[in-house]
Structure formats: C-alpha cells, structure tokens
Design a protein around this ligand. Sequence first.
Ligand code: GLN
Ligand code: ZN
Length: 762
Amino acid sequence: MTTVHNLGFPRIGARRELKFALEAYWKGESSRDALKATGAALRQRHWQQQSGLDLVPVGDFSFYDQVLDTSVMVGNLPQRVRGFQGDPLDNYFRVARGRSVQSDAEHTACCGVAAGEMTKWFDTNYHYIVPEFSADSAFTLDASRLLEQLAEARAQGVQAKPVIVGPVTYLAIGKAKDSSDKLALLPALLAVYSQLLDTLAEQGVEWVQIDEPILVTELDTDWQHAFNLAYHQLKACRIKILIATYFGQLQENLYLAANLPVAGLHLDAINGHDDIRPLLNLLPDHKVLSLGVINGRNIWKTDLSRVLDWLEPLAERLGERLWIAPSCSLLHVPVDLDSEQRLDAEIRSWLAFALQKLDELRLLARALRDGRDAVKAELAANAADLAARRASPRVHDPAVREAVAAIDANLGRRHSAYPQRADEQAALLQLPAYPTTTIGSFPQTGEIRQARSAYRAGTLDDAGYRSAMRAEIARSVREQEALGLDVLVHGEAERNDMVEYFGEQLEGYAFSQFGWVQSYGSRCVKPPILFGDIRRPRAMTVEWIRYAQSLTVKPMKGMLTGPVTMLNWSFVRDDQPRAVSCRQLALAIRAEVLDLEQAGVRVIQIDEAALREGLPLRRAEWRAYLDWAVDAFRIAANGVRDRTQIHTHMCYSEFNDIMETIAAMDADVITIETSRSDMELLDAFDDFNYPNQIGPGVYDIHSPNIPTREHIVQLMRKAAERIPPQRLWVNPDCGLKTRQWAEVLPALRNMVAAAHTLRQAA
Ligand code: GLN
Ligand code: ZN
C-alpha cells in the first residue's frame, strides 16, 4: 500500500495568527508564554488538519525560520550573540532580527546586535537566515526544540516524522565569514547530526526526513563527495532516512542521489518529472521512492486523473515502496481556500490551497488503494472543474493571443541607439549634471492607509478617495519642489503594492483575501493570481501622472511595474509557459507606456525589482530565462520616441553575472541599490563598460539613519571613479514608502545639497 505523507505545513496560520502573536511579543504587548501558546495551538490545529496521512511532519513549525532553527540545533549561532543571559527564545530573535534598524520601540528584549543576513530559499520567495561559518566553527547538539515538538505530537497521537535541514544543504547555503572552506567543517557537523539521529532513534522514531534540496543544483565534485561522506557516516544511526529533494530536477545528480546509503528518496515529481524514469532503473530495490505529485508551489487544482495515469503503473511496480506527497513543503502556498468567500466562484473552483492539496493527496491515495471507481464522483468533479478552466473565455482571449503572435523583433527596438537618444533627451529635459531623483514612492502615511481602508469598506466614495490621493500627490510634489529635486515622482500614494495595483486593473488577474505566504519571519506576501490572458481594459496610471505633472514644470516620471516583476511576484498559470504570460504582461505595460508618452510624460520608469528573482536554480537555464525576460522588458519599454527617457530600477545587489542582460535592457537610466556596498557594485558596470546612465543609490532607505551630505558626496566620488560623471544620477537606493516624512526630508535635503557640491566641483 502506498504511504501518504507531507513534507511541511505552512506555520503562519490561516489568519496569520503567528504573525500577530510574534509582533505583539516583539512590541512587548504580550508575554512569551502567550506566544508559545499560540505556537502550540497552531501546531495542534495543523496536525489535526493533516490527519489521515500516514506520516506527518514534525519540526517544520518555526517561530521564525527553519534554517535558523537548524543553526540553533547544531549550536552554530554567531559569536556576537553568544553569552546572552536571557531566555533562549529572545536570543533566537536577536539573531533573526538583530536590533531592528527600523523602529526600535519593537525591541524591548534585545540589546544591539547585527541581525543575521537573509536570503532567498532556493527559487522561492521565502527568505532564510544565512548560517555563518568560519574556520573555527564548532558544533554542539541542542535537540530540545525538535524533541519537544515530537513529544507534543505524539501526545496528540500524531504519526510523527521529524523533518530537518540536511547537513550538506545547511553548509552549502551558509556563508564562510572568513572565506574559509566550509566543507572542512563537515566532519564536525556530521558528528552532531549523528548524535541527533541517535537521539531520535532512541525516542523510537522510525523515519526522519532530511531535506537536501541542494541536490537539484549544479554541484562540483567536492560537494558530491560531501554527500557520500555525510550519508555513509549517518548510515550507522538506527533510523530510516528519507532524503527529500525538491524545486527542480536532479539531472546529473540523479545517480548520486539514488545511491546514497539511506532508506528512501523524495523527488519533486512536478518540477523533476523527467527524473522519474531514469531513477526507476537506478534506485536500489530496498529503497522507498517518495513522489511529490501535488504541486507545492502553486495554487491550482491538480489534474488527478492525469496523475493517476502515470502513477498507477508505478504503484503497481513499486508496491509498498511508493510513497506520495506534495512536491515540497506546503510553506509556499496559502492555507485554506475555504476562507476565500469573496473570490469569484468560477476562479475559486480552479484552485487548491494547502488544505485542499492535502485532500487531493488523500484522494489519490484512495484511488491507488481501492481503484478509481471508489472515488469516481470526486474524480469526475475534479475533471469537470479542470475542463471548465480549460474552456473558460476568461482564461482565453483570442485578441491577446493574436497580439502576442504578432510580436516581432521591431517591437522591442528603440528607433535609435543610446547616444542619439541621450542627446535628444538632454535637449528636451535640460537637466543639470548629477541630476537628482527618487525611486517612486513617498511615505505611505496613516492618512493614506486610512483613506484606502475607508474606500475599501465603502465609507469613502470614489470622489472622496480620489481627492484624498490627489492631496497626497500634491503634497509630495510640493515637497520635491521645495527640496529642489530635478526629476519628480508622484509618490505612489494610490498604490497599496507595486504588483497588486496593476494586477487589479488588468484582466486575467484575481486576488485572494487571505492567500498569505510567509516571506520571512512575520512578514507575509499575498501574491496575486494570474489566471488568464492579460488584457489592459483602460489606462492605469495616466490620470494620476497627468495630475502630478500639472502641478510642476519639472519633468514628472511616469511610474510602472515591469512585466518580469509582475510575473515573478504572482502565482502564475500552469497551462502555459511563464514566458508567454510575461509577453502578455509586456504588451499591457507597453500600452500604458505609450499612453503616458501620449499624455506628455517625458520620463517613464519601469521597475524590474524581481528580475533576478526569476533566475532558474541551474545556471545552464539562466540564458533562456534572461533572454525572454529582457525581451519582455524591451517590448514594454521600447515603443517610445527617442526623446522619451526610459528608466528602470532594480533593488538587489548582484549584477556581475547578469551584466549582459542589464545592458540588453537598454534603459536610458538604471537606478540600483548600492549605498551599503560602498559603490563596489558599480565595478560590474565599470568592467562591462556599461554605456548608459546609472543612478547608484546613495541613501539606504532600509535604515532610519539620515545620510549626511559629506557621506553622499563621498559615495558619488567613488561612483565617479567607475562611471563617467556625465552619466551619473543621484538618488536613494529604493522607494521611500516605508519611511516617515520626518526622515525622508532631511535625507533628501542632504542628497540635493550633495549634488550641488558635486556640480560645483565638476
Ligand atoms: N517604484 C517603487 C517604489 O518606489 C519601487 C519599489 C521597489 O523597487 N521594490 O516603491
Ligand atoms: Zn527598489
């Protein structure tokens, strides 16, 4: 019989209970006991919701991050937080959050330490706290958290399967602070893992799930060797190990993964479907093969009959050795579709969130056990929903299809090359040297939020809302004029979120009410659902920008979110390639760009904050992604006349390996986040001889600190060592929406003063 299990469950809670409990605790508004009680209640509820599975994950619950939990478990907290006398949970939060640079009122329990660095968990939108290593890192086991959760689960009758991050992945995703060789630490780390597995075995645990997603990435021989070393050593523990891989294909690591001396292997049968066949021939007879047959990364219903078509013969062949599960932890999807009472019923009938995905899994298990006839009605209902989705006119818009088919190379090409455009733009805009600008948003004040929620609640009408937003726009224009900025922005008061704002105005997008997914710590995002062909029924931003421009003679930047970012921050369709959805978005944004130009807007910024986030896990696949991503950007941006200046903005900090792409985007001006790197990021642009204009951020907007004029001048001088000064702009790192006006004004005043100093010296 097929074993049914789960790899991990979202811990934030269907109503984000964990988020609110954490934030209340951090603010000193609730006790540690209250926080722990919320954690226990969530675990209990989530285990109940997973009932009927043969094995249920334990240890997947975390107060902040499972990788940080692993660091605690192996005794690898950074030196700077050792020797703390308080409660271990508070110390844990100190590594997670440091002494917040944002609002320090939040920090009753902490004294100042730098937070652990955060980075993306593989290609997801989840961020983990990066483990820190050095040549003298030592490890000691602290299994208390896992053992407590295990005892708790068992007391509730849960068939517990502890889940831990594997030793090789843990090392691979960490950072050697002294550039020492992380792999040299493996033996010491393994000693702790052995101890842990022995402890679990003593507790009578039969199976442990060890997550090694690094196996779906390119590994050099040292790391391949590390896998063999690790699992040959752990083999001595009297416990059955299921190595879990997910998010992609094993490809050349298939042989390695299949032959590690463990009891089972989990494979992502969605993203790694092509691995299944070769694996069947490689996998030793005694091993369990767990197949992740339900997509843990999106929100679509599974085509259950289609899965059964290929799964049934495997069940036949593998018998007891076949396990089924979601492709990866369900951490990456919202909890419960049943909460979505406002979502359009038709669209809802196409979706499945975590709980519904587990129902699908149970259904597949029944079909395998008792035959399809036993679940005939359910399979028929599933097939009907999917057929309706496939046939829905809301999904398929022939006009959009035609427009995408008609895209040719010319659409993505500016009329003239950069130098000629630059001359025309300079003549039109008449900007000084070192022109100053901002990235788009100004503080989202209490008044803005109040107006928005009143509007949503229906207590403020259209006209009232419009005039409230206009007042905010007028305020930001007034402030920018007073500051003496050169290229102004309207401030984005009317935007709740840079993707949602556009998604709400495009056909083909839907929005959930409670579809939150953990991004990091207590932070969640609610990705819009891109379900159909994308059409822009009407202009989305023109009225606001036109109004803003009417208040000033300075150039007003039109402000748009780019197609690649729209795509990468949404749940996307599984019935067509991402590249196709991206082209549709590109055409919609292009139409907006042209409308802005038509309305007399001379400078248009198209943000591509998430371009890098879409990079595939394997480098071999980067080229293809970057090619279609650049194409989409160019289609969106390049319909304009030479004299219209296109800006783009990106707020991440690694350009080295994508410089060709950045150059191919051919924006007249790119603004980037650089202030914390001391302008070293510009080396990539320098080495590449990047030909267009650059605005390297000189004001770290993540911090309430106000940069001084001298500091900004100094940063810009460093920039000018790398980029010819006539191609430099002066601007903050990113948008200012999370800051207060009281911080923003003095910072920008200094920024403008710095630009004056630079001009005089020039
Ligand atoms: N224009 C957006 C803003 O200023 C850009 C945000 C971003 O890059 N994440 O808020
Ligand atoms: Zn940014």
